[in-house]
Every structure is written in C-alpha cells, then in structure tokens.
Design a protein around this ligand. Structure first.
Ligand SMILES: Cc1ncc(COP(=O)(O)O)c(C=O)c1O
Length: 362
C-alpha cells in the first residue's frame, strides 16, 4: 500500500531527494512579500543566483514550474508568426516545440532520434534556410539522459547567427552541469527547483539576457503572469510581480548559500563523479543508452540489455528499502531505466541503490 506520509527515497530524475535541513527552511514563518525582509531575502537570493549562473544580466524567480518558462520565452520574445527553430531529441525538447506552436510561433522542427544529440551543424543547416527569431535547445534531455553539446552550439550561434535568440531548457542541467550564461551568449535559460537545486517542486529560476528583455518590449500580447518586462520592474525593487512562493525562496536562498560556498566548479565536478560512478556500474551490468560522450552527469539512462522486468525491479527495491528509481520515459519504458544523481544525492547513496538493484538482478 502506498503511504504518502512514509514516502520513498527518490532516485527518479525529479523531484529528487530533499535533505532534512532544506525541508526545515520551508517551515520558516512567512514574510510579507512587499516588506523589507522579503526584499532582503530576494536581493540576496538573486545575487547568489547570478554567481551560480555566471551572469550579470537578469535573474528571475517564478512561482511556477519550468514549463511556465517554456511559454514565457516564446510569448515574451517571439512575435506571433515569427519563426522559431525547435530542436528536439527526447520527450521534453519535443514538447517545447509543441508549446512554442501553441503560443503562436511559426515553428520549424529539427528532430533527432531519441538518445542522439543535436549537433551545431544540424542547427546551422536549418538556420541557413530561413529567417528565424529564436532557437530552442534542451541542455540536458531528462527522458534520455543526454547532454547536448551546448558549448559547441553556442560558439556556432555566436559566430554565424548572432541575431537569433538562444533559449535553453536547463531544467535537469542547471547546477549539475557547467552553465556560464553570459559567456555562452544565451538569451533565456531556466530550471525548476525540484532537480539539481534539490528543493521540492513549486518554483522556477530563469536567466534572461538584456537583449531578450529589450525584444520583449516590442512583442504584443505577452500576457501578465509571465511578463518579462513586468518581472524586471519588480526585480528592480527586489520583489516579484505577484505573491511568490516564499517558503521555497527561503529554501532556494539556503541552497544557493551552500552552492556558492562550495564553488560551482566543485559542484559540477561532484556531479561528474556521480555520473562516472553510475556509468561504470551500468557498463558492468547493462549498457548506456546514450553514447558515453553525451551521457548526462545528472542522470543516467541505462539500456536494459538483460531484459529484466524494470517495473518489478523498481517495485522490489521499493518494497524492501522504500527507495525508488526511474523506469524509462514514455516509449523507452522497460527498454531503459533511469537513475538520478543530482542535487544532494551522494555517491554513498548511489552505492547503496545499485547494491540493492544488484541484489534483484543477479
Ligand atoms: C528537460 C525538462 N524540461 C521541462 C520539464 C518540465 O518541467 P516542470 O515539470 O517543472 O514544468 C522537465 C520535467 O521533468 C524536464 O525534465
């Protein structure tokens, strides 16, 4: 019998495990969102986020999940009928293309087989064929456990298409993978906090370039809740446009302190080491779903080469240890399974998990 009051330990690729000290932050007395104390919390958090994302441009905190920023990027920065190149290599990046079309963009898709990366030359070929306002890219595709070569893509974009806006879904990348927003020349990058920030769901973080903000001022019908221009005006006062999810921002502030103290290079190395550990285990027992060069450092998708019953294995580990990992996503269910290694999960946690999987499969 499931019991939500005795929840399983999570190794699914989001929401991920949240440490007890982070949960405590969510229980702090609330603040008035127009008061000086909130402004202090907001300013401090935004400053740290700028360090974490390596940006001196705009950082916004949105009381929404990340899908809200999928819409916001398009609705703010792409005028109805302007062209967007939507690159897709898995369930989430494919979906963003659908959402862009729902928001009125003229979407051209560039889809590659799930598990394969989107390469700069593929984007180049498409962009060369028309006038595009923006391109959408996923940093880390959570359905397949794939890291796109975003540095190479960004270099190509800067050199050949400096006027095309670059929107990056870094939902399962941000914090866990290198991301230097200003250096990469991105225009919108975002994540929800239930991934590598290791906070319960309910908040999204976005970096927005000055030129994206400028462009947004020219776009009609941007709506209210996700309006970048209104967000920026509120941010100047260290506020948000609407009453924000203050407990989550307290937890975000707490996590940002830890990240800044650890140093982002160290945080990225820690994630890379966890990725390496899980990949080594995966290769000894199964195989990797993605080519190793593109295999994610925040989650590993494992090809079920042994033909195990993934659902039953997850159920057995849950029954014995109250711990869950992820089945394959969508059409990859049973053919693959996924282990998250982001946020406050440690290599010791992962050793325990793979030991329990070993007990079931050997
Ligand atoms: C890569 C990616 N993009 C977007 C989303 C949607 O995020 P949210 O559920 O926070 O709206 C997810 C969720 O897992 C994701 O992994």
């Amino acid at each position: 019998m499931p019991d939500w009051k005795n929840p399983p330990r999570l190794f699914i690729p989001g929401p991920v495990k949240v440490s007890a000290d982070v949960l405590e932050q969510l229980a702090r007395p609330t603040l008035g969102h127009r008061g000086k104390e909130y402004a202090q919390l907001h300013a401090e958090t935004a400053e740290m986020l700028k360090k974490i994302l390596f940006t001196e441009q705009n950082v916004f905190i949105s009381t929404s999940s990340a899908s809200g920023i999928w819409e916001a990027a398009i609705r703010n920065c792409v005028a109805p009928g302007e062209k967007v190149l939507a690159t897709g290599c898995g369930a989430f990046s494919d979906k963003w293309g659908d959402v862009a079309a729902m928001c009125g963009a003229d979407v051209e898709e560039l889809k590659v087989e799930w598990g394969k990366p989107v390469l700069p030359e593929m984007i180049d070929e498409k962009l060369a064929g028309g006038k595009f306002a923006a391109v959408t890219i996923v940093h880390n595709e959570t359905s397949t456990g794939l890291m796109n070569p975003v540095e190479e893509i960004s270099e190509m974009m800067k050199a050949k298409y400096p006027d095309v806006l670059v929107f990056v879904d870094s939902v399962s990348g941000m914090v866990g993978l290198p991301l230097k927003f200003d250096e990469l020349g991105w225009d919108v990058a975002f994540a929800s906090v239930q991934k590598a920030f290791a906070i319960p769901p309910g908040l999204a973080v976005a970096a927005v370039s000055n030129r994206a903000l400028e462009k947004s001022r020219t776009v009609p019908n941007r709506g209210y809740y996700f309006n970048f221009e209104l967000w920026a005006k509120s941010a100047e006062k260290s506020q948000t446009l609407v009453t924000p999810n203050i407990p989550h921002i307290m937890a975000l502030n707490y996590q940002c302190h830890k990240l800044v103290n650890e140093g982002m290079e160290n945080v990225w190395k820690r994630h890379a080491a966890m990725g390496e550990f899980v990949r080594t285990w995966a290769k000894e027992n199964f195989d990797l779903f993605c080519e190793e060069k593109y295999a994610s450092n925040t989650l590993t998708t494992i090809k079920n080469t042994k033909g195990i019953n993934v659902g039953e294995t997850i159920a057995a580990v849950q029954a014995k240890h109250n711990t869950v990992f992820g089945n394959g996503y969508g059409k990859l269910k049973e053919q693959t399974f996924r282990i998250a290694h982001m946020g406050d999960i440690t290599t010791d946690d992962l050793k325990e998990l793979v030991g329990w999987i070993d007990d079931e499969i050997n």
